[in-house]
Design a protein around this ligand. Structure first.
Ligand code: SF4
Ligand code: SF4
Length: 85
């Protein structure tokens, strides 16, 4: 079960810098970055290491099972970012 990023993300890429599997995108140098409202975790690449959570100052990252009820849609939204590639 992957980690999930939600809409309070401020795109500062602090999580991108610590993710050992490079599974958080879009990154600043990728074409989708400007238009994206947040960054997303690739559920295929996430190894559930938890390194991203403590660095996120906006509290935007959740373990999928612990997503608040009103943020559950982001499970699908994170996966969808990668499904259309
Ligand atoms: S650290 Fe948090 S706010 Fe920053 S890009 Fe990652 S999820 Fe978004
Ligand atoms: S839990 Fe680990 S592998 Fe998954 S997105 Fe966060 S830093 Fe990357």
């Amino acid at each position: 079960m992957a980690y999930v990023i939600t809409d309070t993300c401020i795109k500062d890429e602090l999580c991108v810098a610590v993710c050992p599997t490079d599974c958080i995108h879009p990154k600043k140098d990728e074409p989708e970055f400007e238009a994206a409202t947040q960054v997303y975790v690739d559920p295929e690449g996430c190894i559930d290491c938890g390194a991203c959570i403590p660095v996120c100052t906006s509290g935007s990252i959740f373990v999928a099972e612990e997503l608040p009820e009103d943020k559950k849609e982001f499970l699908e939204k994170n996966a969808a970012f990668y499904a259309r590639k």
